[in-house]
Design a protein around this ligand. Structure first.
Ligand code: AMP
Length: 218
C-alpha cells in the first residue's frame, strides 16, 4: 500500500505530480481543493460559503474539509493507497488525519515536500490553466507545460479554464496561509521521519522520477 502526501506552496506542482502518480501506480488522487471546488459550484449556502473563502485565499473550516475527505476515503478504491493533494493543510488537520487513519489501521508512508520560491510560485499562478473534465494542469507561460493547442486540453479536447483563485491578489493570501498554517507540517512529519524534499523548479518528469525513486526505495 502506498499512502502519499504532498506539502507544497501554491503552484509547486502537487496537482501535476499527483496526476502522474495516479496513472503510474493506479492510485486514487484525492484533492481537497477539487472536492471543495465541486461543492462550491452548488447553489447552496454551504457552496457560497466555501466559494467565498477560497476566493479570499483562506482555509475552509476543518469540519467541512474532514467530512468531504472522510467520505472520499470511504470509497473502496482507496484500499490500495492514495495520493493526498492539499490535505492536511494545518496541524489540526494532520492530527485528525492521523487519528482517522489509525482507526482504520492505515498510515502515511511518504510525505513529499515540493520546495518553491515565492516569486516563481506567483509567476506560475498567473499562467495556470486546468481542464475541468480530467483535471490536467497546464501553464501557457512555460514550454514544457503548455497545451499543444492554446486553451484546449491535450487529452480530451475540453476547454481549459483559469481558477477564480489563481490571481495575484489571492496568491498573496494563499502563500501567507501556506507559510503560517501548512509549512509547520514539515516539522511535524519530519519528527516521524517521513519527509522527502524535492526542488520543484526542475522539469516535471525529473521531479516525477525522483518521487517514484523515493516510493520504490531506490
Ligand atoms: P488547492 O486546489 O489545493 O490549491 O486549494 C484551493 C483552496 O481550497 C485553498 O486555497 C483553500 O481555500 C481550499 N482548501 C483546499 N484544501 C484545503 C484544506 N485541506 N483545508 C482547508 N481549505 C482547503
Amino acid at each position: 500500500m502506498k499512502n502519499i502526501i504532498f506539502i507544497a506552496p501554491p503552484a509547486a506542482g502537487k496537482g501535476t505530480q499527483s496526476q502522474l502518480l495516479k496513472k503510474h501506480y493506479n492510485l486514487p488522487h484525492i484533492s481537497t481543493g477539487d472536492l471543495l471546488r465541486e461543492e462550491a459550484m452548488q447553489a447552496t449556502d454551504l457552496g457560497h460559503r466555501i466559494s467565498r473563502l477560497m476566493n479570499e485565499g483562506k482555509l475552509v473550516s476543518d469540519e467541512i474539509v474532514l467530512e468531504l475527505f472522510e467520505k472520499r476515503l470511504s470509497n473502496s478504491d482507496t484500499e490500495v493507497g492514495f495520493i493526498l493533494d492539499g490535505f492536511p493543510r494545518s496541524l489540526k488537520q494532520a492530527t485528525n488525519l492521523d487519528n482517522l487513519l489509525e482507526s482504520l489501521n492505515r498510515k502515511i508512508d511518504y510525505v513529499i515536500v515540493l520546495d518553491l520560491d515565492k516569486e516563481i510560485a506567483k509567476k506560475r499562478i498567473v499562467g495556470r490553466q486546468t481542464c475541468l473534465k480530467c483535471g490536467h494542469v497546464y501553464n501557457h507561460l512555460f514550454d514544457d507545460t503548455k497545451p499543444i493547442n492554446e486553451g484546449i486540453c491535450d487529452f480530451d479536447g475540453d476547454n481549459l479554464v483559469q481558477r477564480d483563485d489563481d490571481n495575484e491578489d489571492t496568491f498573496e493570501k494563499r502563500y501567507e496561509t501556506y507559510i503560517k498554517e501548512t509549512k509547520p507540517l514539515i516539522e511535524y512529519y519530519q519528527a516521524k521521519d517521513l519527509v522527502h524534499h524535492i526542488d520543484s523548479t526542475q522539469p516535471k518528469m525529473t521531479i516525477f522520477k525522483q518521487i517514484t525513486d523515493i516510493v520504490e526505495g531506490k
